[in-house]
Design a binder for this molecule. Sequence first.
Ligand SMILES: Cc1cc2nc3c(=O)[nH]c(=O)nc-3n(C[C@H](O)[C@H](O)[C@H](O)COP(=O)(O)OP(=O)(O)OC[C@H]3O[C@@H](n4cnc5c(N)ncnc54)[C@H](O)[C@@H]3O)c2cc1C
Ligand SMILES: NC(=O)c1ccc[n+]([C@@H]2O[C@H](COP(=O)([O-])OP(=O)(O)OC[C@H]3O[C@@H](n4cnc5c(N)ncnc54)[C@H](O)[C@@H]3O)[C@@H](O)[C@H]2O)c1
Length: 441
Amino acid sequence: MRYDIVVIGGGPGGYDCALDLAAGGKKVALVEKSGLGGTCLQRGCVPTKTLLHEAAKGIKDGPALNSRKSAVTAQQEKGIAGLLKRAKVDVFEDQARLLAGPQVALAGGDTLDTEKVILAVGAKPRRLPIPGADLPGVVTSDEMLVVDDQIPARLVIIGGGVIGVEMAALYQALGTDVTVLEALPQLLNNMDKEIGRSLAAQFKQMGIKAVTGAGVQAIEAADGALAVTYEAKGKSETIPADKVLMAAGRQPATDDLFAEDYQPEMNRGFVLVDETYATSLTNVYAIGDVIGGIQLAHKATADGRALAARLLGEDARPVDHIPACVYTLPEIATVGLDEGQAKEAGYDPVVGKAVMGGNAKTVIDELPRSFMKLVFNKEDGILLGAQLYCGRASDLITACAFALRGQLTAKDIATTVLPHPSYGEAFIDAALAALASMKGR
Ligand SMILES: Cc1cc2nc3c(=O)[nH]c(=O)nc-3n(C[C@H](O)[C@H](O)[C@H](O)COP(=O)(O)OP(=O)(O)OC[C@H]3O[C@@H](n4cnc5c(N)ncnc54)[C@H](O)[C@@H]3O)c2cc1C
Ligand SMILES: NC(=O)c1ccc[n+]([C@@H]2O[C@H](COP(=O)([O-])OP(=O)(O)OC[C@H]3O[C@@H](n4cnc5c(N)ncnc54)[C@H](O)[C@@H]3O)[C@@H](O)[C@H]2O)c1
């Protein structure tokens, strides 16, 4: 059998791309070595959010948590397998290697003959090269998403990025004493600074200790547990832990993927692509986490769909305005530019902020301090971005993504009728605040 296209990797990038290509009449094979749905479904988005949901209900029983998580994953995986089957995509549960041609060798022995190959192999946790990183009990998010029968009493998390803060929230809810050590000056350092500060204050109230500007020096085995030494503000501290979670970023999953004499150009293992997702190898493309940049499931999906459209000879929209969400309480969600980014991009930004202490839904739901910020371009009043720190932020950001795409202005948003009581009403307050400061200038 000769395929038009072989997709390596069955995560959100790979399977959505395969489905669109098959719907467009291509003969497609997909090779996946460890579970359809990829990191997102097996070891990422879905398990994390399932455990957060269960923990919020007060469930603290390891086996019960794991069993609910497995049930959700299995249900979703079955759905993906069904979609691929109906689309007549041939799925190989195997490890693939790219050979010159291109061709795709399976670890099981077969070689798939194909015209084009799409690399959608994703990323894997990065282990920091610090002394003690290999000790038992020093784990990554992969292991941390399997809740132990005996939930750890003390957890130290290295890295206060998205994985670090979601895991901190999860294990705090399970009753663990959590410390987050972040090297940079703020939690979620690449987001709007007020979000990081607000989350740190919220963590403090919840009893989660977050140390920023912390340089982790070593992990040692001590008294049947672990001890983590770090330096912050010129002082060295050592804290005990039953588990240490490395959450300091992810690296491309390209080990053993390429034949020695047939590799695309890469940067630190991330496969380099042009604006059409083409690699430096003829007829080899790459999408999703393995190409670096934003590592999110919906961005991988958007890459996959855009590439499929191009390969089918259709128009593909640029993949832009990518929302990012963090599932803490309250939730965090951003899309487009924040004030600093807008200035850097050459705009004259006006920020409309709504503090939601008076928002009825926020009060009814007993949520902690919440706010939303909308960033507009002063010249034409068009929305440039949104930063939400409030209830249901991960759903509300959808409205902002549409507004960005539709180039809505502050006036459009301020004069839209929105339901009461709802978190979304605060969009009107934020837009009115922006209009007032535009007039005041
Ligand atoms: C703990 C955690 C939580 C996350 N939460 C979110 C979230 O809430 N929202 C969000 O948008 N993103 C989240 N992410 C990120 C998200 O999971 C990734 O951005 C997304 O899965 C990337 O999709 P992908 O298709 O590029 O790669 P992946 O999903 O990583 O899929 C790649 C697949 O390729 C397979 N593969 C690799 N090499 C080979 C090979 N040689 N042969 C065969 N198969 C191979 C792998 O087994 C894997 O299944 C989270 C990640 C983690 C780790
Ligand atoms: N809700 C979501 O959408 C979600 C959830 C989890 C993961 N993800 C994705 O997974 C990817 C990986 O997540 P992540 O949190 O591992 O990466 P990240 O890049 O978001 O955060 C890693 C953090 O570790 C810190 N760090 C690095 N080295 C350190 C050191 N030596 N000591 C202390 N801190 C150190 C970094 O400064 C950074 O803040 C992210 O890009 C994210 O897009 C998304």
